[in-house]
Design a protein around this ligand. Structure first.
Ligand code: NAG
Length: 156
């Protein structure tokens, strides 16, 4: 039979484990963007043609889905809410949130970014269908003033 003190220690350890395993929501600091991405994912059909030249760089890197969503909506200074495309015609953009960092640039020299939120979302979604986890790179079809847009997703 187990000594009571040992049993008590076991129960304490089990309780502590349960405590840390509890889901850590609410993470509502970025609610608007997060809800927006999730609703787009639910509504938008997968369009495999939205991306090409996809490389799964390191599938073992743990890029947190939530971070990826936030970074995804933070390109070009933010494309959530009423911004429906990359504004201001930048030559490149970077967007980072914790474990996720996107970098985008037009393929065609001299072109500027003009990617719409829908096109960008379709591009990342199609790339994630090929590379479900980790870092990746690819080319979104269209999305620049002229031609396509190269992107990478890294863990910074
Ligand atoms: C960006 O795309 C919009 C919609 O297609 C277009 O009206 C606008 O002229 C484009 N801007 C640039 C700089 O290409």
């Amino acid at each position: 039979m187990l000594p009571t003190s040992l049993l008590r220690a076991f129960l304490l350890a089990a309780t502590a484990t349960l405590g840390t395993a509890r889901p850590s929501w609410p993470h509502f600091t970025v609610g608007q963007e997060h809800v927006e991405v999730l609703s787009m994912r639910a509504a938008m059909p997968l369009n495999p043609a939205a991306v090409y030249d996809v490389t799964c760089v390191d599938a073992s890197l743990r890029i947190v889905f939530h971070d990826e969503n936030v970074a995804q909506l933070s390109i070009c200074g933010g494309i959530s809410g009423s911004n429906t495309r990359c504004a201001g015609g930048p030559q490149s953009t970077e967007a980072q949130s914790a474990s996720a960092k996107f970098t985008l640039a037009p393929v065609t020299p001299g072109a500027v970014l003009n990617i719409s939120k829908v096109r960008w979302e379709q591009c990342v979604r199609a790339a994630r269908a090929i590379c479900p986890t980790g870092s990746m790179a690819g080319t979104c079809r269209g999305g620049a003033s002229n031609g396509d847009v190269k992107f990478s997703l890294e863990k910074p």
